[in-house]
Design a binder for this molecule. Sequence first.
Ligand SMILES: [Zn+2]
Length: 175
Amino acid sequence: MPECIFCEDGDLPADTEECPDCCRKPFSGMYFDKEQYARAKALEEAGNVIDAWELLHEEFRSHGDRDHFDDPMVDELETKLHELFLRHSSLAERRLVVYEERMSMERFWGHFASERTLKEGMKSMIRIEREDLAEELIYIHHGINAQGTYPRLEGPDENDVKSYMALVKNEMKEE
Ligand SMILES: [Zn+2]
């Protein structure tokens, strides 16, 4: 039986509209209006690429809110944002912001920003010839992981930018 994604109260009937424990709509996507995708598509087709991005990004942020975190919706919205970025490389700097937000979420929920996300982001930027942004991601990743009181984590820092760029590019050749 499904459980509430917010308070993890289990064994709710599948047609539950309101969680008896936290009084929220309990399942992933129940706070999302699917029409938003049609709206974003219409904006993109009309040439308002930035408005389309902003609309989806706003949804990404609200579903990624720490108190109302909806994991599957966050993933789905990031995929939509990524696809939009792949069609319009002019969105590169905005895409960078979303990688940063994703790494902050990883830090919050899992104690560190992953190198998987870092490398994925770097490769996306290298593919569109934005090595400057790929390098910036190394600094962002290091900055996020250097916060707080946890023991210093492994991962590249400002001294490793050149060698780490080379490592990631090498990986791309093998993919
Ligand atoms: Zn609940």
